[in-house]
Design a protein around this ligand. Structure first.
Ligand code: CAA
Ligand code: NAD
Length: 277
């Protein structure tokens, strides 16, 4: 089961279903489930058009997917991957519910971008079966899965998740449980610094992105990428780094806070550093 049908949850459900796993996709909002399934169908149709998969593979994938707003439906699952909002209170609530609902053998994984796996695991009675399985956006395209062991995660749990990652044709990289892990400890300060350059009037968003795309060969400029990730998620991650390390170098840019307060969350709300249709 995948909990949360936003951009990450839908992508995670898609790659598991495409690999042949039977997947339940859960969200508190029916609308998110509908949007998630519509995105998956659009991705699969594009792959059929490009002759990467057949119509049969597309319908097999769709048939492997069901949706539910009832978390109790996790009761027959072997693996649950949580991909709800990047907030410790929301995540720990989901994990303590899952600990009650799922069988003893079930592995509970989190797709968190930055929050401590050890702390999430501590609200369950099975910390050895809790692990970070951090996919990258867009999930169907990106090869990396950062796997994070909490303090109590067992070798058996690690191995199962490593094997599952490989079966999805993705590459697992093991990292330890520190704020932001490796991916976002390195990426997010760059994005935050790019926002500071706009805030301080050094350059426009377009110019900052052009510098990084043409000068550093990044596929997307940092502000386009921030809009793509979601500015709320970027802010949550910076706050985790700032709090976790207590170092002023991680201070979230005030402009990032302002945009999030305004509801300018990037692509998903139609406006961030850029305006989308
Ligand atoms: N969902 C599914 N597939 C997508 C997609 C999406 N949202 N966006 C693009 N694609 C597919 C396209 O269909 C295309 O597939 P084909 O090869 O089959 O044609 C392929 O990706 C390439 O797309 P495009 O040619 O349209 O565009 P592009 O060459 O610019 O590539 C991109 C798009 C792969 C997204 C590229 O811009 C890129 O790599 N951007 C950076 C992404 C990145 O850094 N991700 C990590 C974010 S950080 C994170 O995820 C961690 C966190 O915790 C915040
Ligand atoms: P999103 O805002 O697109 O989706 C979150 C979804 O979770 C929404 O559909 C919401 O309705 C649902 N939700 C909220 N509370 C819930 C609950 N209690 N039960 C079930 N569903 C609930 O967010 P996203 O970008 O998909 O991010 C999800 C997680 O993945 C976050 O932890 C984020 O840090 C992480 N992540 C994000 C990215 C990225 O690029 N956006 C990359 C890697 C990891």
């Amino acid at each position: 089961m995948v909990i949360g049908a936003g951009q990450m949850g839908a992508g995670i459900a898609q790659v598991f279903a495409q690999t042949g796993f039977e997947v339940k996709l859960n969200d508190i909002a029916e609308q998110s489930l509908e949007k998630g399934i519509a995105t998956i169908e659009k991705n699969l149709s594009r792959s059929v058009k490009k002759e990467r998969i057949t119509e049969q593979e597309k319908s097999d994938t769709i048939n492997n997917l069901t949706t539910t707003t009832n978390i109790e439906d996790a009761k027959d699952r072997d693996l649950v991957i949580e991909a709800v909002v990047e907030n410790m209170d929301v995540k720990t609530k989901v994990f303590s519910q899952l600990d009650e609902i799922t069988p003893e053998h079930t592995i509970l994984a989190s797709n968190t971008s930055s929050l401590p796996i050890t702390e999430i695991a501590a609200v369950t009675n099975r910390p050895e079966k809790v692990i970070g399985m951090h996919f990258m956006n867009p999930v169907p395209v990106m090869k990396l899965v950062e796997i994070i062991r909490g303090l109590a995660t067992s070798d058996e749990t690690y191995k199962t998740i490593e094997d599952a990652t490989k079966s999805l044709n993705k590459t697992p990289v093991e990292v330890n449980d520190f704020p932001g892990f490796v991916s976002n400890r390195v990426l997010m300060p760059m994005i935050n610094e790019a926002i500071y350059t706009v805030y301080e009037g050094v350059a426009t968003p377009e110019s900052v992105d052009e510098v990084m795309k043409l000068g550093m060969n990044h596929p997307m400029g940092p502000l386009t990428l921030a809009d793509f990730i979601g500015l709320d998620t970027c802010l949550y991650i910076m706050e985790v780094l700032y709090e976790g390390f207590g170092d002023s170098k991680y201070r979230p840019c005030p402009l990032l806070r302002k945009y999030v307060k305004a509801g300018w969350l990037g692509r998903k709300t139609g406006r961030g550093f850029y305006v989308y249709d």
